[in-house]
Design a protein around this ligand. Structure first.
Ligand code: SF4
Length: 247
């Protein structure tokens, strides 16, 4: 293992910490825990800043409203979620897979698979297809009793989504302006851009509810390995560039 000191300047202040990196072969999915840890640090800083402005996060317990939106994840996150599903007991895995299949069939029936599978990282966060998807009110396959059943493993987008608007606004996000806690460094973008660079493709996003569908078509990329230090350094460089561009 090699010890890295991670240090970034962001509009929310400096992020600093030590990360142990396996020098051996590494898959894309193995970068995700670092991205989620750094996201959690940033979210804590962002929430503190909102509190100082007198704003309060209005997300409540057992409120699964945002879990009916199209949640965009990067390819490495999609692979990690698939690993998580594959590590579950067969009956639990089958139960979740059935829920994924149901969403897939519904969006397939609405001819939405193709537009949903094509989102790229752009500066325009509201995609028309996301609005159409929200109108279907399909709960995330991991939403159980209005709570997240994979909370410690939820993707970056779910960690970053904290709102200060009144609940009636975020229950109808396309009719009202929803105030989200601003996040300066979307780490799923760094993961997505890194994947794009490694595969010579455009950086892309995958809707969380279509992860098994996408992974089944992603071939060997899920299992491909790179030298750990090289992969980690590339990821850091993408994060550094993103942090710099947000200054
Ligand atoms: S992963 Fe969890 S938090 Fe994210 S959309 Fe699904 S249920 Fe909600």
């Amino acid at each position: 293992m090699a010890l890295f000191t991670v240090k970034f300047s962001t509009p929310l202040g400096e992020i600093k910490g030590n990360v142990a990196v396996d020098e051996g072969p590494m898959r894309l999915a193995e970068l995700v825990p670092t991205a989620t840890q750094l996201t959690d640090i940033l979210v804590r800083k962002a929430l503190k800043k909102e509190e100082m402005k007198g704003k309060t996060v209005t997300c409540g317990e057992k409120c699964g409203v945002c879990c009916r939106q199209m949640v965009p994840v990067s390819p490495p996150e999609a692979f990690l979620i698939m690993d998580l599903l594959d590590s579950m007991k067969p009956a639990t895995r089958a139960w979740f897979m059935k829920r994924f299949k149901l969403v897939e069939e519904i969006v397939q029936g609405k001819h939405m698979i193709e537009p949903l599978m094509n989102p790229e990282y752009t500066d325009e966060p509201v995609l028309a297809v996301a609005k159409e998807y929200f109108a279907l009110q399909l709960p995330c396959p991991f939403l159980t009793d209005e709570s997240c059943s994979i909370y410690p493993y939820r993707p970056v987008a779910c960690r970053e989504y904290n709102v200060t608007s009144p609940p009636e606004h975020y229950r109808n996000p396309y009719a009202y302006k929803v105030e989200k806690v601003p996040m300066p460094l979307p780490l799923s973008a760094a993961l997505s851009r890194l994947t794009g660079r490694l595969t010579h493709t455009k950086p892309r996003l995958i809707p969380l509810s279509l992860i098994p569908y996408w992974v089944s078509k992603a071939g060997e990329l899920r299992w491909r390995q790179w030298p750990g230090l090289e992969l980690f350094e590339m990821f850091m460089s993408f994060m550094g560039k993103l942090a710099h561009s947000q200054q």
